[in-house]
Design a protein around this ligand. Sequence first.
Ligand code: ADP
Length: 360
Amino acid sequence: MNNQNIYKNIYENIATPIIICDSELKIMLANNAASELFNEKKENLLGKILSDLILLPQEGCPICKGNINSKFLPEDYEHTAEIKNNNNEIISVSVKHKLIEDNIYICQFILLNDCSKLNQAHIDFVSTVSHELRTPLTSIKGFADTLLSAGDRLDKEQQKRFITIIKTQIDRLTRLVEDLLTVSRLEAKKDNSIYKAINLNDFVDIIIQTISPKAEEHYIYKNIIPNLPPIWADSDKLEQILTNLVDNAIKYSPKQTQVTITANYEPENPDYIQIKIIDQGVGIKEEHLTKIFTKFSRLDNPLTRQIDGTGLGLYITKSLVESMNGIISVQSDGSGSTFIIKLPVATPELQISKKFSEKD
Ligand code: ADP
């Protein structure tokens, strides 16, 4: 096969829809992908101008309009547009024009569907965040207004109660903003992890000690098998993961119940350590077990209504575990919940590979 035939075959079969326009800006060639995009036989596309296929505002691209006399006929130009295919479906695309020899334009189409789905997720996220921010702000404004306008008519006890509510709501806002910053860092994949071998026995002791002021009415136990090898993790991330999970275990369990942190080998893969946080709390219904790891998911249970939370904690926890090549899962029945994290053992290979990468 000679080179020209190879190029022709590539052009015909490449997955990107490409249309070639002649010096009059009329379609002279269309490949298979373009025929599929417009849901039109190739021969029916030939001779048309792009404006027959592309929905454009009046001031739209002169190349797509076939406006050969336009003062603005750029050599390289990219814009978004909508096309209407033969089934009357409207499809969002990005169109890239490039002028080549003999005043011929190559017009390449890129589907924007995935991108617009992302945009929708972004719009939903902004709307949820705005809602989450507005709730405490409304409460702060309401109580501050009352204190300003009628504070002198309230007794000391009432004033103290109103100021306490304002402080609680400010704490909630602070937590939300901190969680949002963590989410944004994680999603930007700016990973500053510093991996090292971590001895879980000592590490869990520190977590229990740090969390103890919140756990005065719960019993926290540790059960780590003897001679467990260290895990390979970033200590800041591990601290946040364990703190979030133990904190939740306390929040969603009645007073005077137990929270146990266990660690042993993952039974099916001894290269991994399995850490469990087991509580005797309200539990999670089976249909909610996967949902709880998504952003802003707060399940309705008697304790969620009393307890403030952002619904971001488990989303952050899961992202942190996965960023360290780990896995998180949850099991629950009527008598409580168990969160299970699996993280790699700090094998000599991992530790040596780090030393080498540091030298690089
Ligand atoms: P929140 O800030 O609401 O605690 P999380 O993302 O940490 O957000 O948790 C999401 C939801 O999952 C909580 O609102 C709660 O309903 C449920 N949940 C989390 N941990 C537990 C647990 N140990 N027991 C029961 N429910 C839990």
